[in-house]
Design a protein around this ligand. Structure first.
Ligand code: NI
Length: 265
């Protein structure tokens, strides 16, 4: 599992320069390693890359499904997976796009990508991170964006970490999300303020914030254009009434975090 996380981080950091820089800034503040609260993957709800198949794969890696979430407006379904034996291991949040709720055109295009993925995975097995299909065209990307930012992102990037998340509870030198946000902004990074800068509350057990996704030159079938890649997230967890630190996710907060990759933001 460590190899999977290392591979995902390496891939993610290569297209998310802000995350690497912030990670290094945090590392310089103390000798304690930076702990990941969770990572997030995006996928389609069909074929060998569906949430069900990714879940089966994660179960072979010692993870177990621990919570489910619905995002009606964005037409997504998600589950989070936690490590069976190591409560400190990063959780894995996997969402999938509910294709049947979109236009016939979007469905047809995305099912074409899924067919390529099925062919590749049936030959080579499920490998992460990976875009299991070829480059898409800039115009296809733009068409997808009109209906779903999530679909456009997924078609362009494939199955890779959409974000890593720093566990603020495990940071030695910055002890709250407020001080983390202040620090990150003082270094010149832009935070996602959609809804509000801090999503969630102590009362729901989880406060989250995130950078806006990096704008990076990306190769399309017909040329290279700058688009939003991935973002870095910060999470602070709190004990609930039962005294245990909350380990789930808050759908209303995640809903706004998804928008950290919005092209127009
Ligand atoms: Ni997240």
């Amino acid at each position: 599992m460590q190899k999977l996380f290392n591979d995902l981080w390496k891939d993610y950091a290569s297209i998310t320069p802000d995350a690497l820089e912030i990670h290094d800034l945090f590392s310089n503040l103390s000798n304690k390693p930076i702990v990941n609260d969770h990572i997030a993957l995006r996928t389609f709800n069909d074929g060998l890359i569906s949430l069900k198949h990714i879940g089966n794969y994660l179960e072979t890696q010692g993870y177990v499904a621990s919570g489910e979430y619905h995002f009606e407006k964005k037409k997504l379904y998600a589950k989070h997976f936690s490590n069976k034996t190591d409560p400190k291991a990063p959780k894995i949040f996997v969402s999938e796009l509910l294709l049947e709720e979109f236009s016939a055109e979007l469905q047809m295009f995305c099912r074409g990508l899924i067919a390529q993925a099925n062919w590749k995975i049936s030959k080579e097995g499920l490998e992460l991170p990976n875009r299991h299909w070829g480059k898409i065209s800039r115009s296809a990307y733009e068409r997808l964006l009109e209906e779903s930012e999530y679909a456009a992102w997924l078609a362009a990037f494939g199955l890779r970490a959409n974000h890593f998340t720093v566990s603020i509870n495990d940071l030695e030198s910055l002890d709250s999300i407020e001080t983390v946000n202040q620090f990150v902004k003082s270094k010149g990074f832009e935070l996602n303020t959609i809804g509000s800068e801090i999503k969630g509350s102590e009362a729901v057990g989880l406060k989250q914030s995130s950078t806006m996704a990096n704008l990076v030159d990306w190769e399309f079938e017909d040329g290279t254009y700058p688009i939003r890649t991935c973002f870095y997230e910060f999470a602070e967890r709190f004990p609930l009434d039962n005294g245990e630190t909350y380990q789930g996710f808050v759908a209303a907060s995640a809903d706004k975090i998804f928008e950290s990759t919005n092209a127009a933001a």
